[in-house]
Design a binder for this molecule. Structure first.
Ligand SMILES: [Zn+2]
Ligand SMILES: [Zn+2]
Length: 958
């Protein structure tokens, strides 16, 4: 296998590697060869195929590739199957746009069949682009054979789950106040709202409204209760006022008006001086008032409404200490209303517009735009006490951006309260990365979790498998296709609406059973992924038995309260087991300035562009070694990516290309036995590198594992290779063997992180397996890790750094040898082991290193130049010039050269005297004096210490 892309073209090299993997089925082989090994389960959270993949997806895909690749090399059997989320609002919104329709009425006009068929056709719109992304970043996953949540088999498993939960008595039908999107005409679940930043600060006018008291008491009958609200549009639905019975209220007089509000809120309205008397909150309970707008109510209902009710949720933090209650439009309102038997007065239709029964001046108007009209009306009737600007967080639909409102609607729920303590208990068995999520965001979410609203009032989704008798109201939950066929006597071809809506059967009472109109929240599908992917329990019972829990899942941090949460709920209820053992959550990717990545603003570099430029390996390493892997935000920087490329990929390839020039004979990757101190040191470093990477990856600390790479490659290049080049040039076979072994092992350690460059190096260096991804993960040898040697080497390098600084200060070129370096303090072993002394001498370019406590300074250089040292300096400079000519002409160390020279008398004399040694130094066959010859192609005139020198190089190319 030849990779023409070579070392300098990441894009070409990586594409050739992709072709190689595809052609030879390397992914399939990597899975297959572990078939009889212990299973490692990994769940891939299915994405929607309706949007193009972006950096966030690349990040998720990379982590989902790195970890399974690692464990595969560690000898685990890991199947990796792609999945698609096909149902739900994202696709419905796209199809509405495509069909140029909007809202439920128009959908039903064109027909649910047409609508859903269009959804089906468009559910995988971007699948091709996803395929390209997945392939290009090197993700090993079975993409073709993907599962889809819209498959009948998948839906059937979800139905099975619903029936199981129903059998446990944990599904109920209720009415609940939920945030509701009038555009999508469906409620949103609490975690959907909590998931992203759905709240934006809005500045609006809040109002304080006067409610006239109806009382026999002469004083009270003149007074009004002051209630505060930020949503004037809910006032026509007002059915009660709430006060806190623990508070003290005051009756105040302003002008001719008598008003009542909480005592410690009076100051905020400048009313504390006007107090006539104090009234205990308890004494206000039960008072009646005149409604602002009279609702059409039954006699029984009328007896209960327009009264003051006690409620402990009334605070003294804002408003007047008196709260307006509209049970249809607030969670507390609904609960209080239920407690006191109030009706739920809904004046909005499904689209958030006021219905016929509403006051005339807002009929047909949208909820939010009605605020103005209500205020105007109250003002004209002298019922508006005050308006004031208030800034408060307001929720918006995460899909379509429409302002949401709280709305009491019929809905189906999973009773989370029943299983809550078990959810919290089982969380003990999950390892969270970063670990603060465990008792933080996740556990807090569990503790405060409301019941899960699993129904949606939509179309393109798994239908809720509940049938209800029109006569007696009996409910029947269907758990499989076979069951439905048996009940109805009909063949069931498609589980989607509208087909399933047409399937009826008769009740024991003789009445007709019809399916309820709701569909299932698509999070139920995501939650069912571990078993529904396998069509369990209808198929794959044995496979699934080994498939739960997953050892590993990964997603961005918002999924803590979404996918991770719903999987945990589902798995706990159905199997009483955690769904996963290790979770890695990533943070959010921002642009360089810390702004959200926005496709429309184009405020970030195109991912395809940077992959072409620096390669997918670099992007993977960049992402994996950033704090985004620890759930923090990452400000994407192309500059940093470039640096990752240079310091990891490019540097490793540079080291490797040196190895190729020295490599002699066939590759031998058995453990080298060299006793050279640098070889022993790099083997120690290599084994430590493997050990640390293994430990970090075993603990799912991908960041620290990935960050290790740069340090090791740096040691390999800037110390080991740098200090070994001359002995390699001289053909030190054991040294070169060590060098090759280290590169070979490094390629394997890099394989999960940078799968392309590792494959390239492994294949071209002569690895024995078909692919590096079919190799076992390298095992470190603790005996080869030498702490003392590493510490001594570190010390030696520090001495050198300091000495080089002194040299530079004294103004000597590195090529000019100096007589002596005196070092006052060094450890015993660095002083006595001559190898360290040799390293210092070579690197600092001094003839002698002396250690001794008697020296005055910590470090001192003898800077006196003898004629011998000067001569040596000149020779080294000439040698460098000849090497430069070689390099510029693109010659390799194996190309034979003949060098001729002609310079000043002094230079000619020195060269004549040293020509043999110099020839050897520059690997020339000979070095002779001679006249300048214009016919020689490679020639150059240089200045050496002020004297001119002509150099001509003839090449005998090999
Ligand atoms: Zn919406
Ligand atoms: Zn019945």
């Amino acid at each position: 296998m030849v990779f023409e892309g070579g070392e300098n073209d990441p894009s070409k090299r990586e594409k050739e590697v992709i072709e190689f993997w595809k052609k030879n089925g390397i992914f399939e082989k990597s899975v297959e060869q572990r078939k009889n090994c212990p299973v490692f389960n990994f769940y891939d959270g299915p994405p929607f195929a309706t949007g193009l993949p972006h950096y966030g997806h690349i990040l998720a895909s990379t982590i989902k590739d790195v970890v399974p690749r690692y464990w595969t090399m560690k000898g685990r059997y890991i199947t990796r199957r792609w999945g698609w989320d096909c149902h739900g609002l994202p696709i419905e919104n796209i199809v509405e746009e495509k069909l140029k329709i909007s809202g439920k009425k128009q959908i039903e006009e064109i027909g649910i069949n047409v609508f859903n068929q269009t959804c089906r056709e468009n559910a995988l719109t971007c699948a091709h682009d996803w395929g390209k992304m997945v392939e290009r970043i090197g993700r090993f996953v079975d993409f073709e054979n993907s599962y889809k949540t819209m498959d009948n088999s998948y839906i059937e498993s979800v139905w099975w789950a619903i029936k199981e939960i129903w059998k446990k008595g944990m599904i109920y039908e209720g009415k609940k106040v939920l945030l509701y999107c009038p555009r999508c005409e469906t409620p949103l679940s609490n975690f959907e709202v909590a998931m992203d930043n759905s709240y934006k600060d809005l500045t609006e006018e809040s109002v304080v409204v006067k409610f006239k008291i109806k009382s026999d008491d002469a004083e009270l009958s003149k007074a009004s209760l002051l209630a505060w609200t930020t949503t004037p549009w809910t006032l026509p639905s007002n059915l009660a006022l709430a006060i806190n019975p623990e508070f003290v209220y005051v009756l105040v007089k302003e002008g001719e008006e008598y008003l009542i509000l909480a005592k410690n809120r009076a100051k905020n309205y400048g009313l504390e001086e006007n107090t006539i008397k104090e009234i205990s909150g308890k004494d206000l309970v039960g008072l009646s008032y005149e409604p602002l707008y009279k609702a059409r109510l039954s006699e029984e209902e009328s007896a209960k409404v327009y009264k003051v009710l006690p409620a402990d949720f009334v605070t003294a933090e804002d408003g007047t200490g008196i709260v307006h209650i509209a049970p249809a439009y607030g969670e507390d309102d609904y609960k209080l209303g239920a407690k006191f038997g109030l009706p739920v007065l809904s004046l909005l239709n499904n689209k958030g517009r006021f219905v016929e029964e509403s006051p005339e001046f807002i009929r047909g108007k949208k909820f939010k735009e009605s605020d103005e009209f209500v205020k105007k009306d109250l003002f004209q009737r002298n019922l508006l006490y005050k308006t004031e600007k208030t800034t408060h967080p307001y929720p918006f639909c995460w899909r379509c951006g429409t302002a949401l409102y709280y709305n009491a609607i019929p809905a189906w729920f999973i009773n989370i309260q029943k299983v809550k303590s078990r959810l919290i208990e089982l969380n003990e068995n999950i390892n969270w990365h970063p670990d603060h999520l465990k008792y933080g965001r996740f556990q807090k979410g569990l503790e405060s979790a409301p019941d899960w609203n699993i129904s949606r009032n939509r179309y393109w989704a798994s239908p809720l498998p509940i049938w209800r008798c029109k006569e007696c109201g009996k409910l029947e939950v269907v758990g499989s296709i076979a069951e439905l066929e048996k009940l109805s006597g009909k063949k069931v071809e498609d589980l989607h609406r509208p087909f399933v809506d047409e399937i009826n059967f008769s009740c024991e009472c003789g009445g007709l059973m019809e399916r309820v109109p709701e569909v299932i929240d698509c999070w139920v599908e995501s939650a069912s992924m571990p078993f529904a992917e396998l069509h369990y329990p209808f198929e794959n019972k044995e496979v699934f038995a080994k498939r739960l829990p997953a050892q590993f899942v990964a997603e961005y941090i918002a999924q803590t309260r979404a996918w991770f949460y719903v999987m945990h709920v589902m798995s706990t209820i159905l199997f009483d087991k955690v769904p996963f053992e290790n979770v890695v959550t990533t943070g959010t990717m921002l642009n360089e300035k810390g702004e959200k990545l926005s496709k429309s603003k184009k405020n970030y570099p195109d991912p395809w562009g940077v992959i072409e430029k620096y390669g997918a390996d670099s992007l993977r390493l960049y992402l994996m070694s950033s704090l985004v892997m620890k759930g923090e935000d990452l400000c994407f920087s192309e500059k940093d990516l470039k640096e990752t490329y240079q310091k990891n990929i490019l540097l490793f390839l540079n080291v490797y290309s040196f190895y190729k020039t020295y490599q002699q004979g066939p590759a031998d990757f058995s453990l080298p036995q060299s006793q050279h101190i640098l070889d022993k040191w790099i083997l120690s470093k290599l084994n430590r590198f493997i050990k640390e990477t293994t430990e970090k990856m075993d603990g799912y600390d991908v960041v620290l594992a990935a960050r290790n790479i740069e340090g090791f490659i740096n040691d390999l290049s800037t110390w080991y290779l740098r200090r070994s080049r001359s002995r390699f040039k001289e053909g030190d076979a054991e040294g070169i063997k060590t060098f090759g072994y280290v590169i070979f092992q490094t390629a394997k350690v890099l394989a999960p992180f940078a799968p392309f460059v590792s494959e390239y190096v492994y294949k071209t260096i002569g690895g024995d397996k078909e692919s590096v991804h079919l190799c076992d993960w390298p095992v470190f040898d603790q005996n080869l890790i030498d702490d003392k040697l590493e510490a001594d080497m570190e010390e030696t390098r520090n001495i050198i750094t300091e000495a080089l600084r002194l040299r530079a200060e004294a103004g000597f070129k590195v090529k000019q040898p100096l007589a002596e370096l005196k070092v006052k303090k060094a450890s015993e072993s660095v002083q006595t082991n001559v190898s360290f002394g040799e390293l210092i001498k070579e690197e600092v370019n001094v003839k002698k290193v002396s250690f001794g406590g008697q020296f005055e300074k910590n470090m001192e250089l003898d800077t006196e130049l003898t004629p011998e040292l000067k001569e040596e300096g000149l020779l080294r400079e000439i040698s460098r010039q000849i090497q430069q000519i070689r390099k510029e002409a693109g010659l390799t160390p194996k190309d034979e050269i003949l060098v001729r020279f002609n310079g000043s008398v002094l230079l000619n004399q020195i060269l004549e005297k040293n020509k043999k040694a110099l020839a050897k130094d520059v690997a020339a066959k000979s070095l002779e004096s001679g006249d300048e010859d214009a016919s020689i192609k490679l020639q150059k005139k240089v200045k050496i210490s002020g004297d001119e020198l002509w150099l001509g190089v003839e090449v005998n190319k090999k």
